[in-house]
Design a protein around this ligand. Sequence first.
Ligand SMILES: Nc1ncnc2c1ncn2[C@@H]1O[C@H](COP(=O)(O)OP(=O)(O)O)[C@@H](O)[C@H]1O
Ligand SMILES: O=P(O)(O)OC[C@H](O)CO
Length: 501
Amino acid sequence: MTSYIAAIDQGTTSTRCMLFDRGGGVVSSDQVEHRQILPRAGWVEHDPDEIWANTRKVCAGALAKADIVASDVEAVGITNQRETTVVWEKATGKPIYNAIVWQDTRTDTIVNELARGEKGQNRFQETTGLPLATYFSATKIRWILDNVEGARKRAENGELLFGNMDTWVLWNSTGGPDGGVHVTDVTNASRTLLMDLRTLQWDPDICAQIGVPMSMLPEIKSSSEIYGRFRERGVFGGLPIAGILGDQQAATFGQACLSPGEAKNTYGTGNFLLLNTGTDLVLSENGLLTTVGYKIGNAATVYCLEGSIAVTGSLVQWLRDNLGLIGSAPEIEQLASGVDDNGGAYFVPAFSGLFAPHWRSDARGAIVGLTRYVNRGHLARAVLEATGFQTREVIEAMNADSGVELTSLKVDGGMVVNELLMQFQADILGVPVIRPVVNETTALGAAYAAGLAVGFWESEADIRSNWAKDKQWDPKLAQDRREAEYRQWQKAVTKTFDWVE
Ligand SMILES: Nc1ncnc2c1ncn2[C@@H]1O[C@H](COP(=O)(O)OP(=O)(O)O)[C@@H](O)[C@H]1O
Ligand SMILES: O=P(O)(O)OC[C@H](O)CO
């Protein structure tokens, strides 16, 4: 009998469920978008109940599209937008506040207060691998406990639970208030600013310093083991949930970056470049994050260096939704192809400040180099080039931290269908860019983690042999042009600093 592995991918803009066969091929997929709730400038929220309802819908949808039933599926993996924070009542499953999304910058005052000491932004870096920034979960939990009436007391009494989206989906899938499993995996825990990267446990001192009661935190487990089973009456009734990975780590796994020195770059709402550093934990001196890559059952923990860029695909959305310059995301390629270059314009999308490698919350977006010559096509090109330039910045930081010189770059995500962007990426990096046949590497990575735990796949060798190249872009731009363009970009970035008083 044919059997499959399912993956739930709870992302920033949508939730999807995908079914995979033993060759890592996509059998079916269902996807639903959720609302982006933007109550004020810099605030971004999601409704956790809407996301849980969408999760159930897409699981049923994926089964229906493949024309199979739950018993044809051997196990389910979960992957998720990382850092996004939900706090809910243990007794009822009711969230006490909307989910605060990773892009949300409302906690900058808390972050600045915590960073006042001698080590500044690096106060917790040695233990957690992360700089102090609004990006991570800890200050979001603190904000909810400080701002929802009675929340801190209730958390201290053990009445409230915290989870990222993996935990929220897992807890609800396994019964919610009725015996739901309150667990996360090491990759998600490594994004909270509360986990010790070496012990893989919550750090009690950091929890106390940031003001997060440990009783509300989930238990930390590996990325590949059976955490629990779907409640019997649910769509995947009785199936084991056997893999959890944060979405960028899942993509790294799905891209078969399984040896030190291998890296992938995912182009979605933001861009996330992860380099496998093996069992070595490399602390960055150049603005990158140290994060858990994956831990398969009892095997050794694999670490990664990560360059997180907040705004890439979302800049294309902004051009569509806020300026109306394009009617749909793919139209940007046509518009940008109408001109030969950027006409001198550079667009630095510091909408949430700048993430890696700058970590400047005082920065705000800017378009520089404008003259009367610049037209819509040049702006479209500047939007796409911003993604390519930002990627080069994090690759340079990665090289400085690790000594690894990338000889090619594996890519995936929603933007990599854009040929013009892919060619520009190869041109500005000076190395080939390679796209795999299965571009849905995030869901695939979570499926692999679940499938390994139940013996559907035997070893990581299966992941390597399933990976196949779809297309490659080789650099065509002369080196002096490449360097001159990049210098202009670096100058443009400096113009965004010191904007927020
Ligand atoms: N043809 C295209 N050219 C450029 N950007 C695109 C194109 N198609 C989609 N995008 C962008 O890709 C992003 C969606 O990618 P996806 O990987 O689904 O994101 P996420 O997983 O972060 O929700 C959107 O921000 C969208 O603007
Ligand atoms: O949901 P995505 O693909 O935008 O990924 C978001 C990242 O996990 C944020 O750290």
